[in-house]
Ligand binder design. Sequence first.
Ligand code: ADP
Length: 276
Amino acid sequence: RAELSAPGADGEPPRPAVLIMLEDRTRAAKAEALRRDFVAYASHELKTPLASISGFIETLQGHAKSDPAATERFLRIMAQQTERMKRLVEDLLSLNRIEINEHVRPRDPVDLATVAWEVASALSPLAQAQGTRIEVSLPREGMMTRGSHDEVAQVFVNLMDNAVKYAGHGGPVRVTRAQPTPGRAGMIGVTVADSGPGIAREHLPRLTERFYRVDAARSRERGGTGLGLAIAKHILNRHRADLSVTSKLGEGSRFTVWFPATPDEAAAPEPPVGAA
Ligand code: ADP
């Protein structure tokens, strides 16, 4: 609000006027509340394993000292909790790094099929340990986009890891090319499908929120940080790419990532200046 003087009509003294400026504080307030929630969640997620570790240290310093079996067991739990904190800190740092660079679009040629194959084979021991396997069936051509190889790989890791983690023992995880839909002309879709427990419809729109978990206990038990899909979403934003999810309870889930297509020949690295 500001006091102004409006010019009066000819010969009259200026009349006082008031200018009221309306500023939309809702968005800023919402962003601030989100940030506060995020810090509270992250602190809580770190506090739990930390409390457990410090409890076990006390026990070890006390009566468990002379009990080698208990010492062994407590050390194993402490190692698991430390691993959990390490994963969380790594995910928080990844999220932060990607957020800082979200407006810069990486532009290296990336073959989505190659990246999917690389990730599937890297995760194959984990899949085996969970009683499942990852089957990749993607065309060799027409799968080029532009972006960052490592970040695209991170998206596939998060999706395939979730499929294995939540749907293990429920049939193989299948990675295929998605049928193009009319609204996604010029995009390449890659689907990671599992036949696990599925996700109830009301959760689907919230899956990419930080720390959103359908079943928190199950996620933690499987080593989840609750940040995997949030990281994937930020990477996809940076690539002008998108995620769609469909799921049916008791039948499984399908996560599809959509990247802007680049013609194969246009994606080849440019020849050095002066090359014949
Ligand atoms: P988390 O580290 O908990 O796995 P994510 O952000 O990767 O976090 O996933 C968010 C939540 O979405 C998970 O906690 C889980 O409840 C649900 N979810 C993700 N992928 C699947 C899947 N393939 N099947 C069932 N639930 C899933």
